[in-house]
Ligand binder design. Structure first.
Ligand SMILES: [Zn+2]
Length: 362
């Protein structure tokens, strides 16, 4: 349990330190700076969470560069495992000391999409945690109580931070975007990255056949060593669609492109078998995909994007992790002060699996 006493009531902030560490971005494209600032207080409907570990991925680089909107100065960070240490007024159903993660999205909870279980398409989207409001690259973060998802006992707090995005996003892809059936063959491009390694495992957890496409021989070897894919290959050259089709005997039911440049999307589309689905999971601004409408029609192909995961999907993913069906893979850990080093590794795509920033766990 926490070394920080948590008390509730009118003076609920008593017992917490008055200041905290925060990594602050002053301008888009700039570097994060360590700042000591007052511990924030939760307002109505909000909770204060002590951050234990926070995931670091390419999304954080997009946020740093202003691609995800928001404003500066800002504390980034959204893939967190933490502990509730203070409750604002009007928060029901949550208790001090509970371990939680959060949805990355600020939702309206009243539009058609929120009500229909497709909340990541919210019409009144309020922006991202750690982009529109301060996030988890800090000792403490204030979150809307409605954003929280419980981390069940049996899930390592050291690893739980990445479940809310890097593991839950693949759950959404498999169940909603691919609508995969057991036995189908699905290729994952960028299979050794933070999303890729969990995508492979999620496909197999649902009975699919996972084909890993990975340009790094080192990462491909590690996928093989861990046994998280049914087939692994390093493409020779830029044109790898034929190689994927060969590995899958032509029956590629889906391609999940975690990279999503114009070149990879085009190859992914070419690799699809009949009635196959191409899922664009990466986010590279300016990427384009030329579509052959005749093939789209004659083979009933589907091209789709995918947006994150709902809170329900995060909760179900936590359960899969607790049961050991999917294992969070953290390939590198950095102490809090070395956030810039962690982000550099994310940008260079060197690390197998996800990168973790340890805020309060050693
Ligand atoms: Zn909404």
């Amino acid at each position: 349990m926490s070394g920080v006493p948590a008390v509730t009531g009118a003076d609920e902030h008593e017992g917490l330190p008055t200041t905290m560490r925060a990594m602050v971005l002053d301008e888009f494209g700039g570097e994060f700076r360590l700042e000591h600032r007052p511990v924030p207080r939760p307002g109505h409907g909000e909770v204060l969470v002590r951050c234990l570990a926070v995931g670091v991925g390419i999304t954080n680089e997009l946020a740093r560069n202003g691609v995800l909107g928001g404003s500066v100065p800002r504390v980034h960070g959204h893939e967190l495992a933490g502990e509730i240490v203070s409750l604002g007024s009007g928060v029901h159903g949550w208790s001090l000391g509970e371990h939680v993660t959060t949805s990355f999205y600020l939702l309206c909870h009243r539009c058609e999409w929120c009500a229909s279980g497709r909340e990541t398409l919210c019409e009144n989207f309020g922006g991202f945690i750690g982009v529109a409001v301060d996030g988890a690259f800090a000792d403490y973060v204030v979150l809307p109580g409605s954003n929280l998802v419980r981390i069940p006992g049996g899930v390592s707090l050291r690893d739980a931070g990445i479940v809310g995005d890097a593991v839950a996003t693949p759950y959404h892809v498999v169940t909603e975007r691919l609508r995969m059936r057991a036995g189908q063959r699905i290729a994952v491009l960028g299979a050794g990255g933070g999303l890729g390694v969990h995508m492979l495992q999620m496909i197999r957890a649902f009975g699919g056949v996972a084909i890993a496409v990975e340009t790094s021989q080192q990462k491909a070897d590690e996928i093989e060593r861990r046994g998280i894919a049914d087939a692994v290959f390093v493409p020779h050259g830029q044109a790898w669609a034929g190689q994927v089709r060969d590995v899958a005997d032509g029956a590629v039911a889906g391609v999940v492109d975690t990279v999503a440049t114009s070149a990879t999307l085009d190859e992914g589309y070419r690799a699809l078998g009949r009635a196959g689905t191409l899922v664009a999971l990466g986010h590279v601004p300016g990427s384009e995909l030329p579509i052959d409408p005749e093939r789209l029609l004659l083979e009933e192909l589907v091209v789709t994007g995918t947006r994150y995961a709902t809170r329900a999907e995060i909760a179900r993913t936590m359960e899969l992790v607790r049961l050991g069906r999917v294992e969070p893979i953290v390939g590198a850990r950095f102490p809090f002060e070395r956030l810039e080093d962690a982000l550099r590794r994310a940008r260079d795509a060197e690390v197998f699996g996800r990168i973790m920033l340890d805020v309060a766990v050693g």
